[in-house]
Design a binder for this molecule. Structure first.
Ligand code: NAD
Length: 358
């Protein structure tokens, strides 16, 4: 194996797409997927690659520093791609400390282990290590935009939710380890993702599930919040390109140039679902239910990804309508996945029968 790469959070939504891409594309890499398997981690997302010789799953918690240090000693990782996080804004409002533990302390534990493994006492700040620490972050660290403008890589951080504050904090720690200890780091800040294997607490999979089951589709406030949506496989491709080609210490914004108000997105989704479920046009939209707005709800996120497009020739592969239809098709033909996730059965099976500790 030419490289051993630790991917954290690889059983989650984006992580599972990234792990699949790396395992299939780089057969000479060994990909170690470290995941705690919280409610958001699901090894069924990786069933198609779980027996590949260049893939291994390890169950563990990035908050446990002793465990992380032992893991680095055992596997001698060449690089880390760090996605493990608590990722749901609503959960961060009810339990901010959990987000500080995983997103901040967990990230610092990984940085410390990487520093001990990779930075030699003789390493000077200008002599960077060649072992890369890639931190996957969010555009939410930039706060909220007004009606115009885009987030660039030099937009000041202005997080508003406990989730975005914890991600902003972890981004600062990653940069500090580059500036202070000479760690080779890269950070990417991506807009909202959609696609298969997305836990149905988030807007698109929750709405698909509710429409399918004739349940209310909850929309915060008046549904006027704007998000810039990117197909998850395009995000995974961007991470691959940045991981392999970005200059040490650099930051890249990743986005789809694809802004939608929540309500317009849900109306489009309702139309697609009506067609797929052979319902009379307008049937699913009757399920739309406006609910009290989320506290501190950012109005608009929109990403300028021209640096990534110009420097590294990445661009989104799908139009949103096409990607959304593909996503709906996946959920409708993977009923078992959806039922297992909504009933909690996925955790029983994998936690008790499959998971192995290293
Ligand atoms: N989903 C998005 O739209 C989006 C957009 C931009 C950036 N991001 C970032 O991408 C990353 C992945 O997001 P996602 O949507 O796939 O999240 P997710 O919630 O689907 O997955 C997170 C994964 O991390 C694991 N995990 C959580 N706590 C852990 C711990 N203490 N130790 C080890 N593993 C732990 C979970 O089990 C899960 O598998 C996150 O860092 C998130 O901030 C997400």
């Amino acid at each position: 194996m030419s490289k051993t790469i630790l991917v954290t959070g690889g059983a989650g939504f984006i992580g599972s797409h990234l792990v699949r891409l790396l395992v299939n594309k780089y057969i000479d890499y060994k990909i170690i997927n470290l995941d705690k398997l919280t409610y958001a981690g699901n090894l069924a997302n990786l069933k198609d690659i779980e027996n590949k010789p260049n893939y291994e799953f390890v169950k563990g918690d990035i908050v446990d520093a002793t465990f992380i240090n032992e893991l680095f000693t055992k596997y001698k990782f060449d690089s880390v791609i760090h996605l493990a996080a608590e990722s749901h804004v609503d959960k961060s409002i009810s339990n901010p400390l959990e987000f500080v533990m995983t997103n901040v302390i967990g990230t610092v534990n990984l940085l410390n282990a990487a520093k001990v493994s990779w930075v030699k006492p003789t390493t000077k700040n200008e002599q960077l290590t060649t072992n890369r620490f890639y931190h996957v972050s969010t555009d939410e660290v930039y706060g909220s935009l007004g009606e115009t403008g885009l987030f660039t890589e030099s937009t000041s951080y202005d997080p508003h939710s406990p989730y975005s504050a914890s991600k902003a904090s972890s981004d600062h720690f990653v940069r500090a380890y580059h500036d202070t200890y000479g760690l080779d780091i890269v950070i990417s800040n991506c807009s909202n993702n959609y696609g298969s294997c997305h836990f149905p607490e988030k807007l698109i999979p929750l709405s698909i599930y509710n429409i399918k089951n004739n349940k209310a589709i909850p929309i915060y406030g008046k549904g006027e919040n704007i998000r810039d949506w990117l197909f998850v496989e395009d995000h995974a491709r961007a991470i691959d390109v940045i991981f392999h080609n970005a200059k040490s210490g650099s930051t890249y914004n990743i986005g789809g140039h694809n802004e939608w108000t929540n309500i317009d997105l849900i109306r489009l989704l309702c139309n697609i679902m009506d067609k797929k479920l052979n319902r009379v046009e307008g049937t699913s939209a009757q399920l739309i239910t406006y609910v009290k707005d989320r506290a501190g709800h950012d109005l608009r996120y929109a990403i300028d990804s021209s640096k990534l497009q110009n420097d590294l020739a990445w661009k989104p592969s799908l139009q949103f309508e096409e990607g959304l239809e593909k996503t709906v098709d996946w959920y409708l033909s993977n009923e078992e996945w959806l039922n297992n996730v909504t009933s909690g059965d996925y955790q029983k099976y994998y936690q008790e029968q499959y998971v192995k500790r290293f």
